[in-house]
Design a protein around this ligand. Structure first.
Ligand code: SOE
Length: 380
């Protein structure tokens, strides 16, 4: 694994827990973690359960005992690490968004196509059981033709203007702000659940706080404000309209300025025969309105997605005991290891990551162009 902060910790618990709860065809061995600071990476290895450390990711990628490289670093490093790893014959798991630009993402897709190794991008929320159930209900026609997709990703961790700068607020490192960091998730979820593509967008982006304290120290989403200030070079919020390939209309809202909303991923889909609604802040629940039922007794049904028949649940706790944020990372590890063992392309693939990247690029283009309607580039 390269990187060991917030995402690295989430991935580490997944590699640790996957073989303990699931019957896997192969057992992941947490061989090495890489980070630039020798003492810090050593401490992280002990804390997170890695057997050895490297201070140069290139050394890690060239090791013979490494089969899979898990990239948990800021977006500006994804393309180089992933391509080098694929060229060295490794499998790759890369955090989202796939890259900082469409060009980088295209190069990653080309490298994945040419490689023997398999490559997956970490749109982890696909692995929340309620999201998987939503996709199955849509695919089974239970809500009919999709008319509306209403997707929001709401956080508040930089709503305070004194929250310090971090790499996520630096365009060079992150590529974009709320758009790529959390907007990418809801674009992927909208496409995953409906099985359709976003074909065009009209967008606005805004940066509310343009100058922030430089962090004296920072880890994950929290930091300590220092005395100096520096510029925010990414969007704080992204709002866009979209059209779906099946004829439906979509609205997307991604912001880190929604006080009180900590990790609210809300997806509501209205179809010709019913509706689905999900909120990650109540992640074990899916709401389903079946319009084929008599009106007198129809009404949103609150499905608690914790039955052993629901995706992934049988490996965990009895019905009603519930899963959390980290479980989706474990499911991601399970699915990747299984795909590798079966020599099958894991999903979401780098090509799926590129599709999202093209939507993000269309959003940025539209916003730069006074919200002009902008088609999403199709596969070339
Ligand atoms: C920060 O907004 C963040 O950590 C994202 O980068 C993750 O992808 C998301 O899972 C939680 O929030």
């Amino acid at each position: 694994m390269v990187g060991y902060a917030f995402m690295g910790a989430a991935h580490s618990q997944a590699w640790r827990n996957a073989p303990r709860f699931f019957d896997l065809p192969m057992r992941p061995d947490m061989a090495a973690v890489a980070g630039r600071d020798a003492a810090a990476v050593q401490a992280a290895a002990v804390r997170l359960g890695w057997s050895s450390t490297e201070t140069d990711w290139k050394a890690l990628v060239s090791r013979d005992d490494i089969d899979l490289v898990d990239i948990c670093t800021p977006g500006d490093t994804h393309a180089e690490i992933a391509i080098t790893a694929l060229e060295a014959g490794k499998h790759v798991l890369c955090e989202k968004p796939l890259a900082n630009s469409v060009e980088e993402a295209e190069a990653m897709v080309r490298a994945a196509q040419a490689a023997d190794g398999l490559a997956m991008v970490g749109f982890t929320y696909r692995r929340v059981p309620a999201i998987q159930l939503a996709r199955t209900l849509v695919a089974d026609g239970r809500i009919g033709t999709v008319r509306h997709v209403r997707a929001q990703y709401l956080q508040d961790w930089i709503a305070d203007p004194q929250a310090p700068l971090s790499w996520r607020l630096d365009k060079q490192k992150a590529g974009s702000g709320a758009l790529g960091d959390i907007g990418a998730h809801i674009v992927d979820l909208a496409q995953f659940v409906t099985g359709e593509a976003v074909t065009g967008v009209s967008a606005i982006l805004e940066t509310f706080v343009r100058e922030r304290p430089v962090a004296s120290e920072h880890s994950g989403l929290r930091g300590t404000a220092g005395a100096q200030t520096g510029p925010v070079t990414v969007d704080d919020a992204a709002i866009f309209l979209g059209r779906m390939s099946g004829g439906g209309l979509a609205t997307f809202e991604a912001t880190r300025f929604a006080w009180g909303r900590k990790n609210a991923i809300r997806l509501e889909i209205n179809g010709s025969a019913g509706s689905l609604a999900f909120d990650f802040e109540d992640m074990n629940v899916l709401h389903f309105f079946d319009a084929t039922q008599p009106a007198v007794e129809a009404g949103f049904r609150r499905i608690v997605v914790t039955e052993p028949e629901h995706p992934y649940i049988a490996a965990w706790w009895p019905a009603g005991h519930g899963l959390g944020y980290e479980h989706a990372f474990t499911h991601q590890a399970v699915d990747l290891v299984t795909a590798i063992a079966e020599h099958r392309q894991p999903v979401p693939s780098f090509a799926d990551g590129l599709v999202v990247q093209r939507v993000l690029a269309a959003v940025e283009q539209s916003a730069a162009d006074d919200s002009r309607w902008t088609p999403v580039q199709k596969e070339s």
